[in-house]
Design a protein around this ligand. Structure first.
Ligand SMILES: Nc1ncnc2c1ncn2[C@@H]1O[C@H](COP(=O)(O)OP(=O)(O)O)[C@@H](O)[C@H]1O
Ligand SMILES: [Mg+2]
Length: 242
């Protein structure tokens, strides 16, 4: 049976006088791949930050897995099963690739040997096993994105928030990441996907919300969104794509 895993209800976020997110509501079903798109500065990353406890929403509610999580810290949200990746990847450069992924695994086990086994499993899943012993800082960006994905997968999340995980990747690398995401969904996870590459978005997302200047501009299937005149006007048609 399909159920909502996430409810965003009238969420706003102000930074002083700057309204970054304004009265945004939508729901994400379990095992959905849900796209969050819109021009630069639309409030997408800020919404992820409000959802994962990096800073609280100014108003509104974030309900995850039937719990109100507005006031929780990122580590608490992670333990409930929701994790995010960062638009600018943040590996711990002086640790190895394996150690970086073990940090994710330590959120579900305190036994080092278990954390290492979980880390290796997820390095394997993203195709990074050959790099396990390399320093994370030495990887090119495409591989850092895979590392970021392995690190969040090692927390065994129910919901994965991916902030421009394909940004800066070529079409081949993007295709590989999309296949990994499809596999993760197949195993039961739910995904919210921020991305500018509309080919990637429409090929992978079941449903899409468009943000513009902090407000929800539209919601629908990929087909409805790509044919929506307001969306074409504000984002798709006008050379706003970053
Ligand atoms: N920590 C912050 N402090 C002040 N303003 C912020 C902060 N984070 C984001 N903003 C502002 O919020 C708005 C939305 O930014 P952001 O969420 O990064 O957009 P997007 O991810 O859609 O490109 C922008 O105007 C940005 O300058
Ligand atoms: Mg962003």
């Amino acid at each position: 049976m399909i159920r909502h895993l996430l409810h965003i209800s009238h969420v706003s976020k102000h930074f002083g006088g700057n309204v970054a997110v304004s009265d945004v509501s939508f729901s994400v079903d379990e095992q959905q791949i849900f796209g969050l798109i819109g021009p630069n500065g639309a409030g997408k990353s800020t919404l992820f930050n409000c959802m994962t406890g990096f800073f609280p929403a100014s108003s509104g509610e974030v309900i995850f897995d039937n719990k109100k999580i507005n006031a929780l810290r990122p580590d608490e949200v992670c333990r409930l099963g929701m994790v995010r990746t960062w638009q600018r990847v943040k590996p711990l450069g002086s640790l190895t690739v394996l150690e970086n992924v073990m940090i994710g695994a330590f959120s579900i086990t305190s036994v080092t040997r278990e954390a290492e086994a979980i880390a290796r499993e997820n390095l394997h899943a993203v195709g990074l096993m050959d790099y396990a012993g390399k320093l994370a800082g030495s990887l090119p960006v495409g591989l850092k994105k895979k590392l970021e994905l392995a690190r969040v997968l090692a927390t065994h999340p129910k919901m994965l928030l991916l902030d421009e995980i394909c940004g800066g990747l070529n079409p081949t690398e993007t295709g590989i990441i999309l296949d990994i995401i499809r596999g993760v969904r197949q195993k039961g996870a739910t995904i919210v996907f921020i991305e500018h590459d509309m080919k990637a978005v429409t090929s992978i997302c079941d449903r899409i919300v468009v943000l513009n200047s902090g407000e929800k501009l539209a919601e629908g299937t990929p087909e409805e969104i790509t044919n929506n005149p307001d969306v074409i006007d504000a984002y798709l048609g006008g050379g706003h794509n970053a």
